[in-house]
Design a binder for this molecule. Structure first.
Ligand SMILES: *[C@@H]1O[C@H](CO)[C@@H](O)[C@H](O)[C@H]1NC(C)=O
Ligand SMILES: *[C@@H]1O[C@H](CO)[C@@H](O)[C@H](O)[C@H]1NC(C)=O
Ligand SMILES: *[C@@H]1O[C@H](CO)[C@@H](O)[C@H](O)[C@H]1NC(C)=O
Ligand SMILES: *[C@@H]1O[C@H](CO)[C@@H](O)[C@H](O)[C@H]1NC(C)=O
Ligand SMILES: *[C@@H]1O[C@H](CO)[C@@H](O)[C@H](O)[C@H]1NC(C)=O
Ligand SMILES: *[C@@H]1O[C@H](CO)[C@@H](O)[C@H](O)[C@H]1NC(C)=O
Length: 627
């Protein structure tokens, strides 16, 4: 199958290579200002290899978006009629002329045949090249840049060019101008607090009208456990009916390993009925994620996910412990992307000449997306607790990543992201003024929306605190500067904005932008086991896997009764909340300070602190059956 296509391709490419490449003048494709906190250290070594991803335009994306809404809007006749992998690929395929011109250009630089790998839809072409060649192709100079506060280093440039005739045929080339760090969404003011004692309930109860039985253990207003969440979100006693048909996954990046010993210790202490639970690890490495090599990708059920206790990640432990125990016995997958993989030699790079700084790259998001989009069988609910400031991700790149989430939604996957832990800011405000600044050259004082939470095709999850719930002070929320408000949230957001006092935060936020979060869940004082110690963590990193677990239980309900999975959730969530029985616990107390302000308020109905609130599974499980 491969060879036929290859023979053909090779013939075509050779023809191009023989023809003398025309001298095309380069014109600047994109220029950015390096975000605050980054400095160029030195020119990148010319021999250093980078993996360049070239995004070709998707001329039929609007049509894909129409299909996405048709299958996700509960009032549509096509609700739940998700698209196949092949249908989605056909809708994002580039124009043949774009493919032809890009291949011609690559061939003129000696890149042909096996040197190219393509996404199944053909909308991404990846080549591995030395920095010296990348600089020639893009008429640019790469530097090693470092983020002073975190020590992260990346090979990047602030500007790159493309031959004039390719501008209309290439959307984006990365890594070039993206300085995003894609960090875990855990609050930075305090990390893991070891406390040896597992919370014990003394039998005291707190009345919570929306919880299972109307009350929950008083200890839950202090430390959260899976039992607290099942009670609070009215799911006590529900047993998944179709584990195996229904699956759940969480993603990890940047050397965050999920530790099995920690997982089992956690289960023994807090979820004793699930001690036989385990999860699979899918290890995705940029170098091996070429489409044609997927069959060689390492999939280790319970394997190669560094188990050295000191390397266990708080984020990875938190995500796996909550997402997988709450949904037991639904099979869980931990996707780990990047990090320091075992070195696998190839033709281009027979020995490991990569410097460690290449291991930290936001293109992990793309690498992961490329992997899952090429897979035939996908988990129906996926949580990611990583993100960065929208403004550190160039628009060209952000729109492509966001469009990949739309593809997953069209295929019936629910995608959840943490909304961020800096309230309306980014946790990186100017220490002197506490203000936050735009990075577009104008240096305006603005709120800082987070990405990917700001992408309209994902479900952004904010955080709550205490029992009964109020909003968590750090819950990320606000308005995108990249995406306009999608119609599914028009009524809700217009209502919220109409109730703000006139002139509130004028100029600090973009009232016409996609507003987030969509929903929320507890995010303070989660009991986890890390490095075999019990302790507490906070953040929307707790909220996203928690909300995702309840989505997975709802998918179980749907699939068990012969219905499709829920897929892209937002049109359903906003439609349910327009009704009288919503299935959500509205959070109306609290606010999300940031950038030297008090932030927005949690209010009756949707708000940019907690969205529609937290889930009531018992109610939702009836509602999703009639959707
Ligand atoms: C829950 O705990 C908070 C302190 O964290 C306290 O202010 C509040 O009164 C408690 N709520 C109840 C119902 O006990
Ligand atoms: C979180 O735990 C700390 C003790 O570690 C406690 O002081 C605080 O009230 C708790 N907060 C909530 C919201 O439960
Ligand atoms: C932006 O403005 C603030 C406040 O006026 C100033 O402190 C900061 O240095 C400026 N940043 C840039 C990059 O100009
Ligand atoms: C506000 O958002 C819209 C998209 O909704 C965008 O076109 C516009 O550029 C944004 N304005 C600013 C100042 O970022
Ligand atoms: C939040 O509520 C407080 C108290 O009602 C009010 O003073 C403040 O103006 C509100 N803030 C916003 C952004 O609506
Ligand atoms: C909890 O869910 C059950 C259905 O499982 C429902 O009958 C009950 O009303 C719900 N409780 C609350 C407090 O919403």
């Amino acid at each position: 199958m491969l060879s036929l296509r290859f023979v053909f391709l090779f013939a075509v490419l050779s023809a191009f290579a023989v023809a003398a490449p025309a001298e095309h003048t380069h014109r600047v494709k994109e220029t950015v200002l390096p975000p605050r906190g980054w400095t160029a250290l030195r020119p990148a070594s010319p021999a250093h290899t980078i993996e360049i991803r070239i995004g070709l335009p998707q001329p039929n994306f609007a049509e894909l978006e129409d299909h996405l809404y048709a299958v996700s809007d509960p009032s549509s006749e096509r609700y739940g009629g998700h698209l196949s992998k092949e249908e989605v690929e056909a809708l994002v395929a580039p124009h043949p002329e774009s493919v032809h011109l890009v291949e011609e250009w690559l061939a003129s630089h000696g890149l042909l045949g096996d040197a190219l790998s393509r996404s199944p839809a053909g909308d991404w072409v990846t080549v591995r090249v030395p920095v010296s060649l990348a600089e020639k192709m893009l008429d640019t100079t790469y530097h090693v840049w470092t983020h002073t506060a975190s020590g992260t280093s990346l090979v990047r440039t602030t500007s790159y060019s493309l031959p004039e005739h390719l501008h209309a045929h290439i959307d984006v080339v990365q890594p070039t101008t993206t300085f995003s760090r894609f960090t875990p969404m855990r609050t930075t003011y305090q990390s893991f607090r070891a406390n040896a004692a597992v919370p014990q309930s003394d039998g005291a109860k707190i009345a919570v009208p929306y919880a299972s039985g109307g009350q929950i253990a008083a200890s839950c207003n202090g430390t959260i456990t899976p039992t607290c969440l099942l009670e609070l979100y009215n799911a006590t006693g529900y047993t998944p009916q179709v584990p195996g048909e229904n699956k759940i996954a969480v993603t990890g990046y940047l050397e965050q390993y999920a530790n099995y010993d920690d997982y089992h210790e956690f289960l023994e202490e807090l979820v004793p009925y699930a001690t036989d639970s385990t999860f699979s690890v899918v290890y995705i490495n940029g170098k091996d994620s070429r489409t044609l090599r997927f069959e060689f990708l390492m999939v280790f059920p319970g394997g190669l996910n560094n188990q050295t206790p000191a390397d266990a990640g708080i984020e990875a432990d938190l995500d796996t412990q909550y997402a997988f125990s709450l949904t037991y016995p639904t099979p869980g997958t931990f996707y780990t992307t990047g990090g320091s993989p075992p070195f696998i030699p190839d033709d281009l790079e027979p020995t490991d000449s990569n410097e460690p700084y290449m291991q930290a790259s936001e293109s992990y998001a793309l690498v992961w997306l490329e992997y899952v989009l090429a897979a035939d069988d996908l988990p129906q609910s996926i949580s990611t607790s990583y993100g960065d400031d929208e403004q550190t991700v160039p628009y060209s790149y952000a729109t492509r990543v966001c469009s990949e989430f739309a593809q997953l939604g069209a295929r019936g996957v629910s995608i959840m992201f943490s909304s961020g832990d800096g309230g309306v800011g980014d946790g990186d405000a100017d220490p002197a003024t506490q203000e936050c600044y735009s990075n577009d050259g104008t240096n305006r004082t603005i709120f800082i929306p987070g990405f990917p939470a700001s992408c309209p095709y994902v479900t952004a999850v904010g955080a709550t605190s205490e029992v009964p719930e109020i909003s968590a002070w750090f819950s990320g929320g606000g308005f995108s500067n990249y995406w306009a408000r999608p119609s599914y949230q028009d009524v809700a957001v217009t209502k919220y904005l109409g109730e703000l006092a006139p002139g509130t935060y004028a100029g600090l936020y973009n009232a016409s932008g996609r507003a987030y979060p969509d929903v929320s869940a507890e995010g303070v004082n989660f009991t986890i086991v890390w490095d075999l110690e019990t302790g507490l963590v906070d953040g929307t990193s707790c909220s996203s896997p928690t909300f995702t677990a309840f989505v997975s239980l709802l998918n179980d309900v749907r699939i068990a009764s012969g219905k499709s999975a829920l897929g892209f959730l937002n049109p359903l969530i906003y439609a349910l909340n327009a009704g009288t029985v919503t299935g959500f616990n509205d959070i109306t107390v609290g606010n999300n300070p940031g950038c030297g302000t008090e932030g927005f308020n949690a209010t009756i109905g949707w708000d940019p602190v907690t969205g529609w609130g937290s889930p009531n599974f018992g109610i939702l499980k009836e509602l999703v059956l009639s959707a």
